[in-house]
Write a protein that binds this ligand. Structure first.
Ligand code: PHE
Ligand code: FE
Length: 287
């Protein structure tokens, strides 16, 4: 995602991209990818939205080792017109939005150390590529990501990036989707994490609430642990419909007049799928 505070490293181009340097990954780097990939594949197929599995398949992502971005981009370009470009880490918001608005997904080119399989602070190539790229092969989700980039440019001009960022967080990163009478995963922050892929669907602790755009824009989020609430969309078509064709201008004005909503709150108007016990989050505070 984006971070406005850092300055561009000397090796990066003006748009912050760097060569992926695929040949410079070590055997250990590729082994780390393979280990993370196998672990997620052992558990995701019946948990994740089928469009994600279809994306892994059409992009040939089960090929061993860290994917070569040029190869991924060739396949994606044919399918949905997207590319994957390498960056050294988090990039400033305006750079991030400009890439998305032009159907370029920025991915960190480094991989976590072997002792960081379960948690790391900055998104690496496993989070960025395994987590985000499969759904870019889905035409509707691909359009949503580009629309978000354009929306980011507009939100910047309106001083509303923080409100828009909550939409990204609760959809692209931590979204759940309804599937028949159950729920499935699609957010990249969930599907690239073994622990959260189990927690987000199975744990009695978090709330699971029907997606509502204004509600999401008012809701805080945490970046340090599993989420305390997840928002459930009906379908990617429905998500795109509710965002692309809605003028966020009046919505930002309204939200600016309303208080933020805490991460463990349920409102009377919420469409609640599961009311969480919050035991996980509260247990941690007490511990
Ligand atoms: N329609 C939004 C706006 O008016 C743009 C947007 C689309 C933002 C899709 C996010 C996702 O700003
Ligand atoms: Fe991400």
């Amino acid at each position: 995602m984006a971070d406005a505070t850092r300055s561009r490293p000397p090796e990066a181009a003006e748009d912050w991209t760097v060569p992926q340097c695929w040949h410079e990954y070590s055997a250990q780097d590729h082994a780390t990818w393979d280990k993370l990939f196998a672990r997620q594949l052992g558990m995701l197929p019946h948990r994740v939205t089928p469009e994600f599995m279809a994306g892994l398949d059409v992009l040939r992502m089960s090929k061993p080792g860290i994917p070569d971005f040029a190869e991924l981009s060739d396949r994606l370009m044919t399918l949905t017109g997207w590319q994957v470009v390498a960056v050294p880490g988090l990039v400033p918001d305006d750079v991030f939005f400009d890439h998305l608005a032009n159907r370029r997904f920025v991915a960190g080119n480094f991989i976590r150390r072997p002792d960081q399989l379960d948690y790391l602070q900055e998104p690496d190539v496993f989070h960025d590529v395994f987590g985000h790229v499969p759904l870019l092969a889905h035409p509707v989700f691909a359009d949503y990501m580009q629309a978000y980039g354009k929306g980011g440019q507009r939100a910047t001009a309106l001083g509303m990036i923080d409100r828009l960022a909550r939409l990204y967080w609760y959809t692209v990163e931590f979204g759940l989707i309804r599937s028949g009478d159950g729920l499935k995963l699609y957010g990249a922050g969930i599907v690239s994490s073994y622990g959260e892929s189990v927690f987000a669907l199975d744990d009695p602790s978090p709330h699971r609430i029907g997606f509502d755009l204004e509600r999401v824009m008012r809701t805080k989020y945490r970046i340090d642990d599993f989420q305390q609430n997840y928002f459930v969309i009906e379908s990617f078509e429905d998500l795109l419909e509710r965002t692309l064709n809605t003028d966020f201008g009046p919505l930002y004005d309204r939200v600016a007049q309303l208080p933020d909503i805490e991460i463990d709150t349920i409102l009377s108007e919420d469409g609640v799928y599961t009311r969480g016990t919050q035991a996980y989050a509260h247990g941690k505070v007490a511990a």
